[in-house]
Design a protein around this ligand. Structure first.
Ligand SMILES: NC(=O)C1=CN([C@@H]2O[C@H](COP(=O)(O)OP(=O)(O)OC[C@H]3O[C@@H](n4cnc5c(N)ncnc54)[C@H](O)[C@@H]3O)[C@@H](O)[C@H]2O)C=CC1
Ligand SMILES: CC(=O)C(=O)O
Ligand SMILES: [Mg+2]
Length: 572
């Protein structure tokens, strides 16, 4: 390999301390241009060879958490290689980067922590939040996923250990929807934690303080939203894993470009699965009786989205609402149960129980005779053998959706659902399960997880420059996802597209979100109005980050220049 002449000045990227990637696939010309020549082993490798090495290294890790750490290190060492690997191995890598393994990573965050990968903004920063945001080293941020760690998956209050969730979700924004990695901001708010074990743990990385009050959180979030939109005007904000996210969503959804993934994203994905499940059973919506265990943000968000569908199918809103029964820690939610209901539970509270109260799910199943059972309760085993057997007695094809995450919190496993319903269940779970061999047939589980829509919703909001993310845009994402499930997948008993098609699915979701924003006049990107679906899809794809088309420079003007210049065409 020829050496770089001594007289060559230090490259602009180095001078400006811009990060460059050392990548064994870089041709010699690129290595010279970005001054990585000599810093890499001489052989110029193909992408396939690089992937082979990575997958070999990944396979050599014996525990899930080691695999998670390996992938985090790879992402930090060579982001483009990491995303190439993800794009080619969605169904293998998503369970490590996301649920279930990200749950274990969050639980152990204080132990496995190696480097900051996002921004931490804490209670003590109030009054100064914009300045803290300005410390973020990347100039452009298009989207942030923000959590306060107070309800991480079904694992409870994990405080700043929750940072794994914004990082994982944003990896998927880039992988699934092609938002450039350097334009994403994982954001963890340290508003204290009520996790006593963490507060006592010397390795815990957050403030040693109890969670602030709701009123204090409101004040803090108000400042945060202004600050985010001041530092990065128009930024898309995804709220994630807040213990009580309803007030913030109500306050900000008509003011900023934001949405709540647990309420709205989950609602859209599960609606898509229910639309496909109802096509399979052929039973009309008026005959549906849905029992939910778990009446939190996800449960209520999902049910409201399904109500909207039932109304579009011809029911009145009241008829639609009455198709739902909710069970929480105190049993069936009724008006006369004797406790004060949280505001978000009131809409689905029953008034037709004739004074009867039902304390557990089995009693509720006997009473309601449901066609579908959905779990967003965080309680492993809530769909026990008895409950599942009852569902199979009541229905030829019971709809069983144990949606709590991670797998350790799922209301039942796929195997349990199949065995106790004698293979009749139409099934979707929050975290993935393996296919199961039952009576000489391999049965396929579906994964009903918001990952199927949040990337497309976020990309749609960014590309259309949406002023807000409306309920109609969320609903459009659900219909798009349901339609994106192809005939082969449906024939295989799947309710959702294969995970390995997620990039194509995200384009479809994004397109429909953009079209709805346009229909409602919420878009500010005028150049794409009136485009055909095909043209819009092509336009969306042209804006998506493709790690296979990257050169050596990760960011900044030089990166843009190289990406857009003849150098790119001649070298790659
Ligand atoms: N599949 C997916 O895409 C998603 C799944 N989820 C999962 O849903 C679960 C709940 O999330 P959120 O609603 O945001 O949490 P949340 O904390 O707002 O709600 C939990 C609900 O479960 C109820 N609950 C707890 N223990 C119970 C018990 N023993 N019996 C009956 N009800 C019980 C609570 O009363 C509460 O109503 C989590 O495990 C989360 O990971 C959340 C969002 C998306
Ligand atoms: C998937 C997700 O957002 C959750 O479990 O909270
Ligand atoms: Mg969540």
């Amino acid at each position: 390999m020829a050496s770089t002449p001594k007289s060559t000045p230090v490259s602009p990227e180095r001078k400006q301390n811009k990060s460059t990637t050392l990548d064994t696939s870089h041709p010699i010309e690129v290595r010279k241009q970005i001054r990585s020549h000599g810093l890499l082993p001489p052989n110029v490798e193909s992408h396939a060879l690089q992937a082979q090495r990575c997958l070999k290294q990944l396979a050599s890790k014996t525990t899930s958490i080691e695999k998670y750490i390996y992938l985090s290190n790879l992402r930090n060492a060579n982001s483009h290689l990491f995303y190439r690997l993800l794009l080619d191995n969605f169904s293998t890598l998503t369970p490590i980067l996301y649920t279930p393994v990200v749950g274990e990573a969050c639980l152990k965050w204080s132990e496995i922590y190696q480097r900051p990968e996002g921004l931490y903004v804490s209670w003590h920063d109030r009054g100064n939040i914009a300045n803290v945001l300005r410390n973020w080293p990347k100039p452009k941020v298009e989207i942030t996923v923000v959590t306060d760690g107070s309800r991480i998956l079904g694992l409870g209050d994990l405080g700043v250990n929750g940072m794994g969730i914004p990082i994982g979700k944003l990896n998927l924004y880039t992988g699934c929807a092609g938002i450039r990695p350097e334009n994403t901001l994982p954001l963890c708010l340290d508003l204290g934690t009520n996790n006593e074990a963490y507060l006592k743990d010397p390795l815990y990385l957050g403030a040693r303080m109890k969670k602030v009050t709701d009123a204090e959180e409101k004040e803090f979030l108000d400042e945060l939203m202004v600050a985010l939109n001041t530092v990065w005007p128009g930024i898309v904000v995804q709220f994630e894993d807040f213990k009580n996210p309803f007030p913030a969503l109500e306050r900000y959804q008509h003011k900023y470009s934001c949405f709540n993934d647990d309420i709205q994203g989950t609602g859209a994905v599960i609606l898509a699965g229910i639309i496909n499940a109802l096509k399979a059973t052929g039973k009309p919506v008026k005959d549906q009786r849905a029992v939910f265990i778990g009446a939190g943000s996800a449960g209520v968000g999902v049910a409201k989205q399904i109500v909207e569908f039932f109304v579009k199918e011809g029911l009145t809103e009241d008829e639609a609402r009455r198709c739902f029964w909710f069970v929480d820690t105190k049993g069936l939610i009724t008006n006369d149960r004797g406790d004060k209901l949280a505001p978000h539970k009131i809409y689905f509270s029953r008034d037709d129980n004739n004074g009867q109260q039902f304390r557990d799910l089995e009693q509720v199943v006997d009473y309601v005779k449901p066609t579908m059972l959905l779990g967003l309760s965080t309680i492993r085993g809530a769909f026990n053998k008895t409950v599942l057997e009852k569902m199979a007695q009541l229905n030829d094809q019971p709809i069983i959706f144990p949606l709590s995450n991670p797998s350790s919190n799922a209301e039942c496993s796929f195997e349990e659902a199949v065995k106790y319903t004698d293979g009749k269940a139409i099934f979707a779970s929050g975290s993935p399960w393996l296919p199961f061999l039952y009576k000489n047939k391999i049965l396929q589980p579906s994964q009903g997880n918001n990952v199927y829509v949040f990337p497309g919703i976020g990309l749609g909001a960014i590309l259309s420059k949406a002023v807000h993310i409306s309920q109609e845009m969320i609903y459009a994402s659900a219909v798009a996802l349901s339609n994106a499930t192809n005939a082969t997948e449906i024939n295989d008993g799947k309710l959702y597209p294969d995970m390995d098609r997620i990039r194509d699915v995200s384009v479809i979701v994004c397109r429909e979100v953009i079209k709805e924003a346009q229909a409602q006049g919420l878009d500010r990107e005028t150049s794409i109005r009136g485009m055909s679906d095909a043209d819009l899809d092509a336009w969306i794809r042209s804006r998506m980050y493709d790690p296979y088309k990257e050169t050596g420079v990760d960011e900044g003007v030089q990166g843009e220049k190289i990406r857009g210049s003849p150098v790119k065409k001649s070298l790659l």
